[in-house]
Write a protein that binds this ligand. Structure first.
Ligand code: NAI
Ligand code: OAA
Length: 273
């Protein structure tokens, strides 16, 4: 792709399935007028692979990446990486897109980043990720919201790491079981790689979601059922997402939503709330 002055210059932090997918969509032209300029992953092999695909510079740290000539930094690494990536991107005058939205369950961090973005006149983008209905919820929020529930059903493979950390014996799960029921704060603490969507939902509704997580040994898809009740009306959305083969924790829709968000940055018509 030829570089010109209208080219959108992107840096990627986290070269896993989402980072790679976005990069492929830049390379194949689905995201037009964009170029991946720099990549960083704490796993050098992953950075190298993405650099081979995109021609991007391999950076050795977040500090190095945010000093590059970029318009947008895409965080697709981990909940723990968000504070550093977002803060340093904004300070260095870059917009930032956050995939590991779970980090923003920390209200102080969210408000700090929001204030910083305003101060430096840059944007924080939060894609709808693996769920739908955020456009309607944004409108419902103008009324009174009194209930927000997310029920997530995932195959064991998708929840495996978190379940092991929580002391579950995976091999003993033969039927669907509720492995979590509680609020969004506890949910993202216990399932940081699985339930970022609950934080996105809570941020957009400005209402702490109740979260139920079911591990289903028979499931093939990642299902998210959303219920929002408000003075304006009731919303029920259910998505059944195909997971990535390379990382069954992550739904393909999450990566597609980021691709769509980046692609739409240069669109002149905006559809949805
Ligand atoms: N908002 C949403 O709807 C969704 C968000 N996610 C989140 O998006 C993020 C990316 O997801 P995937 O690409 O599927 O994960 P992945 O595990 O395939 O890739 C993550 C990559 O980031 C790297 N990484 C982790 N921490 C890092 C750090 N501190 N600095 C540099 N590199 C680091 C890892 O080495 C790995 O290569 C995850 O946090 C995931 O939980 C995933 C699905 C949906
Ligand atoms: O991809 C999904 O289905 C949702 C997910 O992992 C998350 O929200 O962290």
């Amino acid at each position: 792709m030829e570089v010109n002055t209208t080219m959108y210059k992107i840096g990627i932090v986290g070269c896993g399935v989402i980072g790679s997918f976005i990069s492929k969509k830049v390379v194949d032209g689905t995201i037009k007028n964009a170029k991946i300029i720099a990549v960083y992953d704490r796993n050098l092999e992953k950075s190298k692979k993405l650099s081979e695909l995109t021609g991007a510079k391999i950076c050795n740290s977040i500090d190095e990446l945010v000093k590059e000539n970029l318009d947008l930094v895409v965080e697709c690494a981990s909940v723990k990486a968000v504070e550093e990536v977002a803060t340093k991107s904004l300070i260095n005058n870059k917009d930032v897109l956050i995939m590991s939205v779970g980090a923003l369950v920390d209200k102080d961090l969210f408000l700090k980043l929001k204030k910083l973005a305003k101060k430096v006149s840059r944007k924080i983008y939060i894609p709808s990720g693996a769920i739908g209905g955020l456009d309607a919820i944004k409108a419902l929020r103008l009324g009174e919201i009194y209930k927000v529930v997310l029920k997530t059903v995932k195959p064991i493979k998708a929840l495996e790491d978190s379940l092991k950390n929580l002391g579950y014996d995976i091999s003993s799960i033969k039927n669907p079981i509720v492995v979590f029921e509680g609020d969004v704060f506890e949910a993202i603490k216990k399932f940081p790689m699985n339930i970022n969507v609950s934080v996105t939902l809570s941020i957009v509704s400005e209402y702490p979601a109740k979260v139920i997580i079911v591990a289903d040994p028979n499931a093939k898809l990642n299902r998210h059922e959303i219920l929002v009740e408000s003075s304006i009306g009731k919303l029920k959305v259910c998505v059944e997402n195909v997971p990535f083969e390379e990382n069954p924790k992550t739904s393909a829709l999450a990566a597609y939503s980021a691709v769509r968000l980046i692609r739409d940055l240069s669109e002149s018509v905006k559809i949805g709330t």
